[in-house]
Design a protein around this ligand. Structure first.
Ligand SMILES: [Zn+2]
Length: 102
């Protein structure tokens, strides 16, 4: 039986996915500020539909794909999805119970 330290490469991948989720989450405000400034610079009214389009583009184009990518992380031991169902961001694999290790 392998120990958690033997899965170090897989845990690095897990950490990479989680860090990108947080970067996407906290990147929303800087993205919107830059996008609104750019929209104003090229003549669009950022208070109109452009703001909603930018919000939708960020959520659908950045946050959703990164969130899905992080959620489908495969368990290093059993190969099934580590996070599954009600086990959102759990500390153990939803299938085999392998504890999360960083
Ligand atoms: Zn597992």
């Amino acid at each position: 039986m392998r120990t958690s330290s033997e899965y170090s490469e897989q845990w690095k991948d897990c950490t990479r996915r989680e860090v990108r989720v947080w970067i996407a989450f906290f990147g929303y405000v800087p993205f919107m500020i830059a996008a609104i400034l750019l929209a104003e610079a090229i003549g669009f009214d950022p208070n109109g539909a452009v703001g909603f389009v930018l919000f939708g583009a960020y959520v659908l184009g950045v946050m959703v794909p990164i969130g899905i990518w992080a959620r489908v992380f495969p368990c290093p031991r059993c190969g099934k999805r580590f996070y599954h169902g009600a086990n959102r961001w759990g500390r153990r694999c939803a299938n085999c119970g392998l504890p999360k290790c960083h």
